[in-house]
Design a protein around this ligand. Structure first.
Ligand SMILES: Nc1ncnc2c1ncn2[C@@H]1O[C@H](COP(=O)(O)OP(=O)(O)OP(=O)(O)O)[C@@H](O)[C@H]1O
Ligand SMILES: [Mg+2]
Length: 264
């Protein structure tokens, strides 16, 4: 999957050199951070579209905020908004547990995409603190153990505070992207040590869809640009097409619990 195109060649020469994530074994968990308006939702959709269209894996989308960006997916059994998004996270976790307990070798990547993780947790902290704890524990476990099982998490988040992830599980993301302006605090949070050491903030003038990517948690931070998406309506229509043809989480969890099934 392409995370973005390398900035220098793209903005200077219009040449597209991709910065890639290698799904599923190498890069299982992806964190897409950035302030409001930095392009997370649209970029997230582009990632989803690529994964589904290139058959790189199966996805389920939990969108607690239920924003208009994803509205066209409403009604698909593999997309959930509001409280249903919370239930979807629990159901994905059940599936993950069944895969782990029964030592199922999933033939392909099965990932949960969570939109606005911070918004969800912040809301839960006020309304249902116990639920917040449960969500953090479940996602923490998937982050810690999902890699060998082909079970991944793709999260969008405004600020990647360590407090949003249980027991240091923030360290488990193999690809970290920050779109838009990155504060010096965010550089440190995201592990962009080299960028934090620079005197001038290279992200100061970044527009939506422009950002930094740290792949594998090591090496250089890449400056990337996400291509301008001119027809997000059509992209959503195609995502919906693929989502509607995927198995639902409950039947997958049932199959995993008995150790076999057509989807596994
Ligand atoms: N790749 C891109 N190229 C050009 N413009 C973009 C790109 N991505 C996003 N934008 C512009 O930025 C706007 C905000 O994008 P988006 O809604 O994805 O941001 P966000 O980070 O999800 O914001 P919020 O946190 O408020 O949900 C979009 O409406 C679009 O106009
Ligand atoms: Mg958004």
């Amino acid at each position: 999957m392409i995370l973005g195109y390398k900035r220098e060649a793209y903005s200077g020469l219009g040449i597209k050199i991709p910065a890639r994530a290698t799904l599923p074994k190498k890069h299982t968990h992806i964190l897409l951070a950035g302030k409001s308006g930095s392009g997370k939702s649209l970029t997230g959709l582009w990632y989803i579209w690529q994964i589904l269209r290139k058959h790189e894996g199966l996805l389920w989308i939990a969108d607690f905020k239920g924003g208009e960006e994803y509205e066209a997916l409403e009604g698909s059994r593999n997309y959930a908004s509001g409280q249903d998004a919370v239930d979807m996270i629990h159901r994905y976790y059940e599936f993950f547990c069944a895969v782990r307990q029964n030592r199922i070798r999933l033939p392909q990547y099965h990932a949960l995409f969570i939109e606005e993780w911070m918004g969800l947790l912040t809301w839960m902290e006020v309304k249902e603190p116990k639920e917040k704890k449960r969500l953090m524990a479940e996602t923490g476990e998937i982050l810690a153990l999902g890699r060998g099982l082909n079970c991944g998490l793709i999260l969008t988040i405004q600020r990647a505070d360590a407090a949003m992830f249980s027991n240091g599980s923030r360290e488990q993301f193999q690809c970290i992207i920050n779109l838009g302006r990155c504060t010096s605090e965010a550089f440190k949070m995201l592990g962009f040590a080299a960028a934090a050491a620079l005197e001038e903030n290279p992200t100061a003038a970044y527009k939506p869809g422009e950002g930094l990517a740290l792949i594998d948690g090591q090496g250089d931070v890449e400056e990337i640009i996400v291509p301008k998406i001119n027809n997000s309506g059509e992209m959503l229509r195609q995502i919906r097409y693929y989502l509607d043809r995927e198995p639902d989480l409950d039947s997958l969890a049932r199959e995993a619990a008995i150790g076999s099934g057509p989807g596994l």
